[in-house]
Design a protein around this ligand. Structure first.
Ligand SMILES: Cc1cc2nc3c(=O)[nH]c(=O)nc-3n(C[C@H](O)[C@H](O)[C@H](O)COP(=O)(O)OP(=O)(O)OC[C@H]3O[C@@H](n4cnc5c(N)ncnc54)[C@H](O)[C@@H]3O)c2cc1C
Length: 298
């Protein structure tokens, strides 16, 4: 139980919250505490009141997360749907809070006749998650558009930071420890609203045709190794359709693992292990997970 004065908080503090309801794989044990702030000021009050040694975990829409069945022995900060503001700040600049879904940002920009983040329409995470992961698709990446970010830190610090302060790579971003994203400023290209909306429809159709978008998953499980595709290697090893418990390598896209209904996090993690070992043995390539695996074993 986190000792924070409830009177000073406007958000929702819950105990023992099953993470299965907060991850796109629909699995995961309980978080000891989960806080949903109302806005950044409320979040600052909460962070300022936490014991210094309280383990914190930041959650977006849980679309790149495997939370183990033993859950998370600390406090989860859930910002999706909370830090939800988005504003056009100039002819080519948009300011967006970390809890805004990527799809909402893509549609907002398209409506405004701003181009450059259409690729985000099919990424089922938040802007905060996209910043943390440098999410990307169809040859574009989140940080190509970032001109500044706003962050908060344990103990109550707030910063405005610039891209050169981060080490940004393929699906990874190194940031100052104990600091999280609460907003970003993006530079877009002035374009045509209809063209942007058409592009979004086209990209979504393409996704639906080649990804198992109707089943619980976390998107691509493994990073693509240099000059190759993880999905191609997994398929070439004959692993499509292979299952452990309720977890299955998708028949539609071999780099996706789907929950067929009753998977546990342990099933998914064992299948990740099986795929890794098989590809290493047959293809001599070490696949590295893109999904973040967190929490305790049951
Ligand atoms: C069907 C499907 C398709 C997908 N397609 C793509 C794709 O095309 N391209 C792609 O890149 N990804 C894709 N993904 C993966 C996922 O959507 C992205 O990685 C997304 O950016 C994760 O955002 P999230 O809000 O869900 O983050 P979460 O899964 O909640 O968190 C991911 C990591 O980011 C950290 N984090 C979250 N918010 C913050 C914050 N505000 N500050 C600091 N750290 C934070 C978390 O602690 C965690 O370590 C797909 C997933 C699915 C299910």
């Amino acid at each position: 139980m986190v000792a924070v004065s409830a009177a000073s908080l406007r958000g929702q503090l819950q105990q023992q919250v099953s993470m299965g309801g907060y991850t796109s794989w629909r699995v995961g044990g309980p978080a000891r505490c989960l806080y949903r702030p109302v806005d950044v000021d409320d979040l600052m009050v909460f962070l300022g009141a936490l014991p210094e040694d309280e383990p914190l975990f930041w959650l977006g829409l849980g679309s790149n997360l495997l939370v183990r069945d033993g859950g998370i022995g600390g406090t989860v900060i859930a910002v999706a749907g909370a830090l939800n503001r988005i504003e056009r700040r100039s002819a080519t600049t948009v300011w967006v809070e970390a809890g805004v879904p990527c799809a909402k940002l893509a549609k907002f920009c398209a409506r405004e006749g701003l181009q450059g983040v259409e690729f985000m329409a099919g990424i089922p995470g938040t802007v905060g998650g996209a910043l943390a992961m440098n999410a990307g698709a169809f040859g574009s990446e989140t940080w190509e558009r970032v001109t500044a970010v706003e962050t908060v830190a344990v103990g109550g610090g707030r910063h405005r930071r610039w891209p050169q302060e981060y080490q940004i790579g393929y699906r990874e971003v190194y940031r100052p420890e104990g600091e999280w994203f609460v907003a970003a400023e993006l530079r877009l290209t002035q374009g045509d609203s209809q063209t942007a909306q058409q592009q979004i429809r086209h990209l979504l159709r393409h996704r639906n045709s080649c990804q198992p978008t109707q089943q619980p998953s976390a998107g691509s499980v493994f990073r693509n190794p240099p000059n190759d595709k993880a999905g191609r290697l997994i398929e070439a090893c004959g692993l499509k359709g292979v299952a452990v418990g309720g977890a299955q390598v998708s028949e539609k896209h071999a780099n996706f693992i789907v929950n067929t209904g009753d998977a546990s996090a342990a099933d998914i993690e064992r299948l990740i292990q099986l795929v890794t070992e098989t590809v290493a043995r047959q293809k001599e390539v070490t696949l590295v997970p893109e999904v973040h695996i967190v929490g305790e074993l049951a």
